[in-house]
Design a binder for this molecule. Sequence first.
Ligand SMILES: Cc1ncc(COP(=O)(O)O)c(C=O)c1O
Length: 388
Amino acid sequence: MFPKPAQRIDQATPFHAIEVAKKAAHLKRQGRDIISLGIGEPDFTAAPQVVEAMQRAAKLGLSGYSPSAGLPELREAIAKFYGTQFQAPIDPRRVIVTNGGSGALMLAALSLIDPGAEVLMPDPCYPANANFILAAGGVTKLVPTHAANRFQLCAADIETHWHEKTRGILIASPSNPTGTSIAPDVLNALLAAVRARNGFVIMDEIYLGLSYNNARQSALVHDDQIIVLNSFSKYFHMTGWRLGWLIVPDHLIEPVERLASSLAICAPTLAQYGAVACFEAETLALFEHRRQAFQARRDYLVPALESIGFQVPAHPDGAFYVYVDVTRHSHDSGKLAEQLLDKAGVAIVPGLDFGPAHSKHMARMSYTTGLDQLEQAVDRMNKALNHT
Ligand SMILES: Cc1ncc(COP(=O)(O)O)c(C=O)c1O
């Protein structure tokens, strides 16, 4: 007999996108031509300037531990970036560099959540969120959202769902899986409603760099006391470098740093030396160019999907996702995902991954592949769904 795994393993939320990716990889190995609109990973990779900076640091032997909160020059660059790009200048002391946005979520959850504390999140949302809350001993309460609210929480949801044990909210803008942002006035009212209850706000801004229609503005503009997380994975195209950051209010700097120093010691040092180069003018220009490429893909994909019978009830304004209503083709997005993989060689993620509210009739498609591939994917889905 082996010792039984901890009970929380049974409660952990599974990630079906990974299963779809595994099946797609299997079909690829068998020689099938598969186009992935599944996993949320940019097709661009780290900027050459970043790779060179990392190599220089490695050659100089700068591969020891960094300070737990991150290299001072990186914290400063991030703080400045929030000022120049997201209208929220901050003190670099408030930036804690982490192991990806995931490390930031982990630290935020462990720093804020006592056992039994309830955290409100929109349904749909990023599936891993619930597991960070679970790891901290907290309880996730998913609040069903609707297209009219761009599938985001609003102040009225706080009125309705805030109970004795509720301690805070975890939101993302722009969001995964919807690619939608919270409008500034809605966000302002939402943050005020939580503040009025002495609650915490964990705001995931991992896709803020990839905003298309709106001025890119951090939620810190509305409330300087919230906890913000961000990452080098999406806008900076460095998924495997495992680098992100938290921005915390003054009173949390010391406790979060203390926790970070024992849970991870530090974020990967060589990756941090590379990341400093993200903030040079030439590198930022490259990211802007790539942002525009994502925008062009969105501008193609949304109407193209609508033309073949998918509905897009809330048009995305950020990230690289389209959250589509599949009702015209199927009443079970899980079955549809299987059918599209088998018949069209196109991988998508069924709605189930992002919460129960819209699990059957919604699905997520990522535009993390070039326009030519997107056109082919639309063409193949059209043939598989509309011409059989
Ligand atoms: C909304 C959101 N938050 C956090 C993450 C974690 O990303 P990473 O740990 O690579 O920074 C992801 C990854 O897909 C995400 O979509």
